[in-house]
Design a protein around this ligand. Structure first.
Ligand code: TUI
Length: 312
């Protein structure tokens, strides 16, 4: 399953674990990298010192490359951008914004830079700024999302840029990976299926909600505030929709989703917290180790790719 992407990143399989806020910490990232994929530490809104510590802890668990995802709306983004250079991180992905102002310092440090984009325009701009690849993330994803679906975004981004495209959003098995490769992707990024792995440190209640989710169980809050966030439906999403109808303030609405992520991940309050998950949650049915998950994904993808010459 080697592609130009896996070769350039020095990983065995072109499978990246999403840099999920509060979820993607060093145990998970190291386990994914050890299993042959690329693990990411999600810096989210965390202070730079926390990110530095996570990088150092991950290095104790794996000698393989891993990366850091920088959430560009974070008040700590500038500092975190320096920490990844100082700590010799191999790969940086970015989300929820345009990372242009950091590009030079990262390229100078020989970091592979992979912005997450939700549009062709940003993908082209990132290529011009020197990005090594882009993640084209469809709105099937959990968390902060754009407008386009994976099915429509990935081939349009693949046509628009020369650098490798990584597909994200709605992928959780070999069929999804093979489909992404057919759309022109050279790799995939997956989030929801890694949340339920043995090495993921999220509260058991969170894992159970994903494992029991049905196909239509996610909701998108914040379309009106300009910060659309996909989560599993619960009391929080119900309250959000009610408040939104009543014309609640931006701050009040934001607090409900973003402040609630910690509540769900750490405290296990999956009723009132923000249980971010993608639309593919309905298909995520089993708990297993990162090693077993990645081996299963590779087996399934291999079997499908070998049969692509047939319509049967
Ligand atoms: O970033 C994500 N997913 C996320 S981030 C998050 S935590 C959060 N905290 C505070 C505020 C908002 C979120 C939970 N989930 N995915 C990557 C992603 N990036 N999806 C969409 C985008 C995106 C959207 C618009 C990237 C760039 C963009 O426009 C940038 C520009 O300036 O043109």
């Amino acid at each position: 399953m080697q592609t130009e992407l896996s070769r350039s990143l020095g990983i065995t399989y072109p499978i990246i674990q999403g840099g999920m806020a509060w979820v993607a910490e060093h145990h998970l990232a190291a386990a994914v990298s050890e299993a042959g994929g690329l693990g990411l530490i999600g810096a989210a809104n965390a202070p730079a010192d926390w990110v530095r510590e996570q990088i150092r802890e991950a290095k104790k668990l794996t000698e393989k490359p891993f990366g850091v995802n920088i959430m560009l709306m974070s008040p700590h983004a500038d500092e975190v951008a320096k920490v990844v250079v100082e700590e010799g991180v191999k790969v940086v992905t970015t989300g929820a914004g345009n990372p242009e102002k950091y590009m030079e310092q990262w390229k100078d440090a020989k970091i592979k830079v992979i912005p997450v984009v939700a549009s062709v325009a940003l993908a082209k701009r990132m290529e011009r700024s020197g990005a090594d690849a882009v993640v084209a993330e469809g709105c099937e994803s959990g968390g902060h999302i754009g407008e386009s679906t994976t099915m429509t975004l990935v081939p349009q981004v693949a046509d628009a840029v020369q650098i490798p495209v990584i597909a994200a959003g709605g992928i959780a098995d070999g069929r999804g990976i093979a489909a992404a490769l057919m759309l022109g992707a050279k790799g995939v990024q997956m989030g929801t299926c890694f949340v339920v792995t043995d090495e993921s440190q999220v509260h058991d209640n969170y894992k159970e909600r994903i494992l029991k989710a049905k196909d239509i169980d996610t909701k998108v809050t914040g379309r009106s505030t300009g910060h659309p966030i996909r989560t599993l439906r619960n009391e929080m999403t119900k309250k959000y929709m009610e408040l939104e109808m009543q014309g609640a303030s931006f701050e009040e609405l934001e607090y409900l989703t973003l402040g609630g992520l910690r509540k769900a991940v750490v405290d296990g309050d999956v009723k009132n917290g923000s249980v971010m998950a993608g639309q593919i949650a309905g298909m995520v049915r089993e708990r297993m180790s990162c090693q077993d998950l990645i081996q299963k994904l590779v087996r399934e993808t291999d079997a499908l790719m070998k049969g692509v010459a047939s319509y049967e």
